[in-house]
Design a protein around this ligand. Structure first.
Ligand code: FEO
Length: 498
């Protein structure tokens, strides 16, 4: 059998000095990778309008972007499009890392044909079974019938469900710490459950220090020629889309992202190849730092997000007033958004970024104004925690939005109200004006005294159990009929942790 898979511990694997174990191990790209990668020499096999770029001499980007797509996952607006990255390694064996979404399949196969230059495909490593990366696996197998699929056991089950492919007939399943040698490159596979689905794994190329990171370290936004993060103005022009991507796609799974970061911290990572967006070969630590902050639910900035839900303008007036007073008080980066007109994915991302959130809502059907209620539900679903909030409610005859918003916010871990809830009856009156000014001053005072970190989330003493499938942590005793709220497995899949 050609495949060379061996079970080794993650840290000991390929331990010929290729895996650096230093704590500060995320470093820049070495000279060999920083040099302009050489394209093929000699006469090339033409393969249509291929659009391949060399990352290194033997690693190619085969991906493509969809600029026409309106909603990624039919949920998230992507006005700048999105890229689907696939990679091809040309070693003694040829290895394809993932495929692409159906929308860019034509480009992908032209790229793959060109990249292989007449060679056959030996392996396809499947990091993630979501169809934006796996849609073309069946067609790859049809075109290269001897290809060996390498994926996790759960991915194999999903592949059968999605595409009726039996991995036992076409490849192998791998688990934490297993390796694969394809010539001069040695890979180690590491599991990354719930980043973003439970079957996700990553591949570390110990030969080059390249991490194929699946959805992690990806972003919304098409690749428009510039393939590397150091070729674009990522910190200013891409970061908002990267944050919106992270918070909405994997924001719920902070503990699982922390697990992955802990493992990555033991590796000498010189390059990160994600499934969406630019490749990272410089300043990797900066982006890893963002992931660390987001996954710990720490705000990036001491700043205020004001979100209002207004029907005829009274609540909007109150929101505008508090925003102005916050600015007059020295808070220069106030973000004020109409919940009815701002896509919730943007609100979620801003809530992750900001330390303080002001919520102003009309009462509607004896409830929180519907778009605001939906937003707060989405915040809870994304596991946001540790923020300070202030409330303004409106109701022409029976305002209830304030108490109901407070109940929803307080149900999220570590949330803390500042100031008194301001109650408006239709439009702000003179008394409301003074109350809103006082509320702005309370927020400003809290900002001035607030530490960089969010309010502490209470530690729960007692037993802790970790789901071995998705990494979910359960606090307290584990009942016999318990089901993991993330992946629905039973107590037999849980192990006790300290
Ligand atoms: Fe890009 Fe979770 O798929």
């Amino acid at each position: 059998m050609a495949v060379n898979i061996s079970r080794r511990t993650f840290l000991k694997d390929v331990s010929k000095g290729t895996l650096g174990l230093a704590a500060a191990s995320v470093i820049g790209v070495p000279g060999a990778l920083a040099e302009e990668a050489k394209p093929f020499e000699g006469k090339m096999q033409f393969a249509g309008t291929h659009n391949v770029r060399h990352i290194t001499e033997d690693l190619l980007w085969l991906g493509a972007s969809d600029q026409r797509i309106a909603l990624f996952e039919n949920v998230y607006p992507v006005p700048r499009g999105i890229s689907y990255n696939a990679y091809l390694l040309l070693d003694e064996k040829t290895v394809l890392f993932d495929t692409v979404d159906r929308s860019v399949a034509g480009q992908f196969f032209e790229n793959l044909t060109y990249g292989l230059q007449g060679r056959t495909l030996d392996y396809i490593v499947v990091h993630h079974l979501e169809p934006d990366h796996s849609a073309m696996i069946a067609e790859v197998v049809r075109r290269y019938p001897d290809v060996q699929i390498v994926c996790t056991e759960l991915a194999a089950t999903m592949l059968k469900n999605f595409q009726q492919i039996d991995v036992a007939q076409h490849g192998y399943t791998v688990s934490e710490g297993m390796g694969l040698n394809v010539g001069s490159h040695s890979f180690v596979f590491t599991m990354a459950p719930m980043v973003h689905w439970p079957e996700v794994m990553m591949t570390y190329d110990a030969t080059t220090g390249t991490l194929f990171s699946a959805d992690a370290f990806g972003t919304f936004g098409a690749i428009g020629g510039n393939l590397f993060a150091d070729e674009v103005k990522f910190e200013t022009e891409w970061i908002d889309d990267a944050r919106r991507y992270y918070c909405n796609i994997v924001g719920k799974y902070g503990p699982q992202v922390q697990d992955v970061l802990a493992k990555a911290g033991t590796l000498e990572i010189r390059m990160v190849c994600p499934l969406h967006g630019p490749i990272w070969r410089e300043n990797i630590g900066w982006f890893v730092g963002k992931y660390d902050q987001w996954s710990r639910y720490e705000p990036e900035e001491k700043s205020v997000l004001v979100v209002y839900g207004s029907i005829y303008g009274g609540t909007e007036n109150a929101a505008a007033l508090i925003s102005t007073r916050l600015s007059m008080g020295g808070q220069f980066n106030v973000v004020t958004r109409d919940v009815s007109k701002t896509h919730v994915s943007e609100l979620i991302a801003e809530a992750f970024r900001c330390s303080h959130i002001v919520l102003a809502s009309a009462t509607y059907n004896n409830e929180i104004f519907t778009p605001m209620k939906n937003f707060l539900g989405d915040l809870a679903a994304h596991n946001l925690q540790g923020r300070t909030y202030a409330l303004i409610e409106n109701g022409s005859w029976s305002p209830v939005a304030g108490a109901k918003m407070k109940a929803m916010m307080d149900a999220m871990p570590g949330m803390r109200q500042v100031g008194e809830t301001v109650t408006i009856h239709s439009t702000p009156n003179e008394e409301n004006y003074e109350q809103i000014v006082a509320l702005a001053e309370a927020v400003l005072a809290d900002l001035a005294g607030a530490s960089e970190s969010a309010p502490a989330v209470e530690e729960v003493a007692g037993e802790r159990w970790k789901c071995t499938v998705c990494g979910y942590i359960h606090e307290g005793a584990l009942p016999e009929d318990f089901k993991c709220p993330v992946c629905n497995v039973g107590p037999d899949k849980f192990e006790r942790v300290e």
